[in-house]
Write a protein that binds this ligand. Structure first.
Ligand code: NAP
Length: 266
């Protein structure tokens, strides 16, 4: 089996990366940063997002696993004290695959070109200056004209990240869906938005169409931020691709939610 390791880059993560590389190579596993069967992230959930974006073109061939070197992670579940056990599991035992839904996002430009992205957490649409003004369509029907700080379109596993900070719901990753959450919408007698987060099933495509010309938007895809101009539409839907996690033991979602946001005590 070929593996790669994405490290957060701090001293602790780098030394765990070095130890894991050495141990795994001692078991005759091959380090391959280009075409790994298993992508290991060492750091936090942010590092896991980096590993995901690095291999997002080969999700059918690469499975993911994470070691967290900081606080409890949503994607990274192994701790540094367990790396010997983890190395033995990787070297000796087949893993179970757990799949989570992803977000597919297309940016359609005025010049007729389109760019496609996959997000593990979310995409968000914001602006540096002024309000974001977008017509929102769902399944081809106009839904509302949004005016405010921006919109966040998250996956179920991303619902505990930016989406949660914006007041969105936490969604179990077994539900193939996406969630649209507002950032400070303007609501008065002139402007009106729904105000609540919307949950869309996998066959519902939503589009966001700029109302004014020559607008520049900041679009985030997980940890990546892009500045884009002359957009015709941004299209979001549940992706046909899924992320595949390598699991050697259970990692229950609601326990992670509780341990992260409520308390680790029983
Ligand atoms: P960052 O601003 O350095 O860190 C964002 C925080 O979100 C980190 O504590 C990270 O955990 C945590 N996180 C990432 N994915 C998560 C998930 N699925 N559930 C719960 N927490 C999660 O940015 P970054 O490390 O590059 O990560 C990018 C992510 O930051 C974006 O995808 C977005 O979701 C999130 N974000 C959150 C807010 C907010 O909460 N107000 C604002 C902007 C962006 P680790 O410490 O383990 O890495």
């Amino acid at each position: 089996m070929k593996f790669s390791i994405t490290s957060k880059g701090d001293h602790k993560s780098e030394s765990i990366k070095a130890i894991m590389c050495q141990y795994l190579e001692d078991f005759d596993l091959e380090y391959d940063e280009i075409e790994p069967d298993l992508a290991i992230s060492v750091g936090g959930d942010g590092t896991f997002l980096q590993a995901f974006q690095t291999y997002s073109e080969r999700l059918d061939k690469t499975a993911f696993i994470g070691v967290h070197t900081g606080h409890l992670g949503f994607y990274a579940d192994w701790v540094p004290e367990e790396i010997e056990q983890l190395v033995i599991e990787i070297a000796k035992n087949p893993y179970q695959i757990v799949e989570y839904p992803l977000l597919s996002m297309m940016i359609h430009s005025e010049d007729g070109t389109s760019e496609h992205y996959l997000a593990l957490n979310e995409t968000s649409i914001k602006k540096v200056e002024g309000s974001v003004v977008l017509d929102v369509t769902i399944k081809g029907e106009h839904f509302e004209r949004f005016r405010g700080d921006g919109l966040c379109i998250s996956t179920p596993s991303g619902s505990t990240a930016y989406n949660k900070a914006l007041g969105g719901a936490i969604i179990h990753p077994s539900l193939p869906s996406l969630q649209i959450t507002e950032m400070s919408s303007i609501n008065n007698r002139v402007y009106r938005t729904i105000g609540s987060s919307l949950m869309l099933p996998k066959h519902h495509v939503c589009k966001f169409l700029p109302v004014e010309d020559n607008q520049s938007f900041l679009i985030t895809i997980d940890h990546i931020t892009k500045s884009v101009m002359n957009i015709k539409a941004i299209e979001c839907k549940v992706a046909k691709e899924k992320i595949r996690f390598a699991r050697y033991r259970p990692f229950p979602f609601w326990k992670r939610v509780r341990d992260s946001f409520i308390s680790e005590e029983r």
